[in-house]
Design a protein around this ligand. Structure first.
Ligand code: SAH
Length: 222
């Protein structure tokens, strides 16, 4: 192999499995206990989803910019939300609203049967596709659209995860939940809380979890 074919230098140790393992140990210390979630977090190379200038911070527990005024969620929140959805059952068929750079979608694809992810900003979706290309996740489908409407063609979903904050739980997403299904989302504007919704035979059960801070869920597409 000549020099031009060598992989780009990526900074000291940052891309290594060891750096990821340290992130997983930190998640464990911070209270994430679901081994399947920890193992998915350990399997997805987070630095691949960030611009080169930020890649060295990929495994810190921070939200980082991904362009278009959007951010990749911090690892703890990604793990926390997926753990709450998983909790004692299969994730099954998943809908994610807010693909962003594609990172959380990749983690979900390691755990779920199928993942559909919707993003409203077209050029961000182009970036996400490029980020995900090398990971060969055959069970992940990305769609350009307004997540407020959900994805009726593929409904019902066993799990729905929203990566942007809404004032109210979107009605069409409630309708697209399978019986026994769960949805997790940041609810609120300046003050936000993680809300877990479960669909039962008699209706919807709602529980509030941690306080969080997400970018707002918008309407329409760009
Ligand atoms: N899961 C992402 C986090 C992205 S931040 C990741 O791992 O990187 C939230 C994303 O939600 C942004 O990309 C934003 O454009 C998108 N978004 C906001 N409102 C939306 C809507 N109505 N439909 C689809 N995506 C939306």
């Amino acid at each position: 192999m000549n020099r031009l074919n060598q992989p780009k230098p990526q900074g000291i140790g940052m891309t290594s499995q060891r750096t990821r393992a340290r992130m997983v140990e930190r998640l464990r210390r911070d209270g994430i206990a679901d081994e399947a979630v920890l193992s998915a977090m350990g399997a997805v190379p987070r630095h691949v989803f960030l611009e080169e200038a930020l890649a060295s911070r990929a495994y810190d527990d921070d939200a980082l910019p991904i362009g278009f005024s959007q951010t990749i969620s911090q690892p703890y929140i990604v793990a926390r939300m997926i753990e709450a959805l998983h909790d004692g059952r299969e994730l099954g068929k998943v809908l994610e609203i807010g693909t962003g750079c594609g990172y959380q979608a990749a983690v979900l694809a390691h755990l779920a049967t199928e993942v559909y992810s919707i993003e409203r900003i077209a050029p961000l979706l182009v970036k996400a596709r490029a980020n995900l290309r090398g990971l060969r996740l055959g069970n992940l489908r990305l769609k350009h659209g307004d997540g407020n409407l959900g994805l009726s063609d593929a409904a019902p979903f066993d799990s729905i995860i929203i990566a942007a904050a809404t004032r109210q739980v979107p009605q069409s997403l409630l309708q697209q939940m399978a019986l026994g299904g769960r949805m997790i989302l940041p609810l609120g504007t300046s003050v936000q809380v993680l809300r877990l919704v479960e669909r039962t035979r008699s209706g919807y059960n709602e529980t509030n979890l941690d306080a969080v801070r997400f970018v707002p869920m918008l309407t329409g597409v760009e």
